[in-house]
Ligand binder design. Structure first.
Ligand code: NAP
Length: 268
């Protein structure tokens, strides 16, 4: 049977590009996000262009039981998941003090708990079948010091990086042909900065800091195929990631404090 990849946040940006690239490689694609109309339109386009099968599953990952409902729809279609791309995400503007706990809890649910739950529920089947690919879309922010604003974004992305390293190590030890990669993009053209209200600020950032979604996704798929637990796409982003590691912590923290107003919002 043709392999099936489940992609969260496939209605826009990096997730949509994952759907396009997996479909072009001949994979069937199960796509989830809240905007059903976007998913259906993309599904029709990919089916026509690549003669693949798709599943469009509209759900809000912040709601209780969303992961089980998504997996139930896939099972009801008689399919199992060979690849998982944990991609859905957003930035929550504001500081920790001026945001509500329900908003922070929903953020943790969408960006951390749901990805971990999906991986936990899909890994046993992948191990039984002797094949699995998991890409967790993290961020350069997982390497840099905490910033003023969007407080939990960096911590959540750092957790996804460490989690991917662990899963890759555990899968290698088990010898079940399961690979897991944290994809760590820098600034990438998508709807991300429109949704979190930082578009006007980030438009001022130099163009050389930005990447299109296409090479970002290519780097993620290539890395997971090679069994690389972490990948930073693009030369500039690789340079920034290396610099962050080499820089003494106080200097990195000072730089982040000075620069974060260019891409974070502290007011809600
Ligand atoms: N763009 C960047 O500069 C950048 C840099 C580093 C990392 N990233 C990461 O890349 C990933 C994708 O972001 P993007 O840049 O492609 O942003 P995007 O264009 O805004 O796409 C975000 C996707 O996540 C989905 N999503 C958001 N909240 C959701 C929810 N509650 N339930 C289900 N789906 C939800 C959205 O779909 P619906 O609105 O239809 O639900 C959309 O498909 C994120 O994890 C982000 O942190 C982005």
């Amino acid at each position: 049977m043709t392999r099936l990849v489940l992609i969260t946040g496939a209605s826009a940006g990096i997730g949509e590009e994952f759907a396009r690239q997996y479909a072009a490689r001949g994979w069937d694609v199960a796509m989830t996000a809240r905007r059903a109309d976007r998913l259906s339109a993309l599904a029709r386009e990919l089916e026509d262009r690549h003669k693949i099968n798709t599943l469009s599953i509209a759900h809000d990952l912040a709601t209780d039981g969303a992961v089980d409902a998504i997996l139930a729809e896939i099972a009801a279609a008689g399919r199992h998941v060979d690849g998982l791309v944990n991609n859905a995400g957003y930035g929550l503007p504001g500081t920790f003090f001026n945001t509500s706990w329900p908003d922070q809890a929903a953020f943790l649910q969408v960006l951390l708990t749901a990805p971990l739950e999906l991986a936990h529920k899909l890994l046993p089947g992948m191990a039984d079948r002797g094949y699995g690919r998991i890409i967790n879309v993290a961020s350069l922010a997982g390497f840099t010091p905490g910033a003023n604003g969007h407080t939990l974004y960096g911590p959540v992305k750092a957790a996804l990086i460490k989690f991917s390293e662990s899963i890759q190590a555990e899968a290698e030890a088990a010898g079940r042909n399961i690979n897991c990669t944290a994809l760590c993009p820098g600034f990438t053209y998508s709807e991300f900065h429109d949704v979190n209200g930082t578009r006007a600020q980030t438009e001022e950032m130099p163009k050389w800091l930005w990447m299109q979604a296409e090479p970002v996704v290519e780097a993620g798929i290539e890395a997971v195929e090679r069994g690389r637990p972490v990948v930073v796409p693009g030369g500039v982003n690789k340079g920034l990631a290396t610099l962050t590691k080499l820089m003494p912590d106080p200097i990195a923290r000072g730089l982040m404090r000075q620069q974060s107003s260019r891409f974070r919002k502290t007011e809600v």
